[in-house]
Design a protein around this ligand. Structure first.
Ligand code: ADP
Ligand code: MG
Length: 310
């Protein structure tokens, strides 16, 4: 009899642990703020349905929701990499679904972009830029207000005008665009940021292969287009009229915003665009481009210290 009794005692002991464990898990699950909110939204769910689905609710609780606990796409902590859990009620029962995380969606989009356009490279500090890091800077007050306004409006509908940031070298113009791109990403709006000198080079190189139309299309229709350092590129009449002009024309007609950074004010940029490699001045053509720049963006000046020195 001895072995049976000790087995029985062991079983009862384990069972007690199990029950205590179960109660603890149940309490943890029901105290989870998101699960609480979910259950409040669905008062029709009975205790027995909740008990039956405890493991599901527990799984939901342990997973990162839309990357809230993950560092990056590569650092996803979820059971299914790049997927985020969602609770639903169907036919009186609880269902646990997994949806793509925005980091995954963004990763896939970027992959797609990288396959098409080689020069969409962002330096690391710009890639990690965040609006929270720039908020307390008084000299940038106006630019940040404009940026936040755009962001707020973008949550209901993408505004038809972006911002043209101009100011001296190193004040953080490109950084602002990076921070905006990251904030927009959280609202599922993708941005395409390209450095103008690279842009010209890329487009010139793709005349040889057949990718130029596909690339043009891509820049015309991107949600938010960000042209970094306009005016710093080698001036070419072809690029100005056939590429830049037609992308801006399209976006103007379709009410799609464009952001710019530049060392030049809009008036100075017009003069810059008038000087082409053909020699001579082409004020009329430059003026036509400027009209479109003004349609798709608002001019905002940015001053302050040169951050590259510090
Ligand atoms: P610009 O485009 O105006 O020439 P950048 O945006 O490249 O200037 O900024 C210059 C440097 O300062 C970069 O290394 C950038 O990461 C850094 N920087 C700019 N603004 C900030 C900020 N608000 N917080 C932290 N670093 C910043
Ligand atoms: Mg810059």
């Amino acid at each position: 009899m001895e072995p049976v009794q000790s087995e029985l005692r062991k079983w009862m002991q384990q069972n007690k642990d199990f029950q205590a464990n179960y109660r603890q898990i149940r309490e943890d699950v029901l105290n989870d703020p998101e699960i609480k909110a979910f259950l409040e939204r669905h008062p029709q769910l009975t205790q027995s349905t909740i008990n039956k689905n405890l493991i599901r609710l527990y799984e939901y609780k342990t997973q990162s929701k839309q990357c809230d606990r993950c560092q990056s796409f590569g650092g996803c902590i979820n059971m299914v990499q790049g997927y985020s859990p969602v609770l639903r009620v169907e036919n009186g029962d609880i269902r646990l679904l997994y949806e793509k995380c925005y980091n995954r969606i963004d990763y896939e989009k970027q992959k797609e972009q990288q396959n098409l356009i080689q020069s969409l490279y962002m330096p690391k500090d710009i890639l990690n830029a965040s609006i929270a890091d720039i908020e307390h800077d008084s000299e940038r007050g106006n630019s940040i207000r404009e940026l936040l306004l755009f962001l707020e409006n973008a949550q209901s509908e993408l505004p038809s005008q972006g911002i043209y940031f101009y100011g001296p070298f190193g004040v953080g113009k490109t950084y602002l665009l990076g921070a905006l791109a990251n904030a927009l990403k959280e609202h599922h709006v993708s941005s395409t940021l390209i450095y103008m000198p690279e842009f010209v080079r890329e487009m010139k190189n793709s005349i040889k292969d057949d990718s130029i139309n596909e690339k043009m299309n891509y820049f015309k229709t991107a949600d938010v287009l960000m042209l970094d350092d306009i005016g710093a590129e080698t001036q070419s009449a072809w690029f100005r009229d056939e590429i830049l002009g037609s992308i801006l024309q399209y976006r103007m007609m379709e009410n799609l915003p464009v952001f710019f950074t530049s060392n030049y004010s809009m008036a100075q940029l017009e003069e810059q665009l008038a000087l082409t490699n053909r020699g001579g001045s082409e004020m009329v053509k430059a003026g036509r481009i400027l009209e479109r720049v003004k349609q798709v963006s608002r001019e905002v000046s940015l001053s302050g210290e040169n951050r590259r020195d510090g």
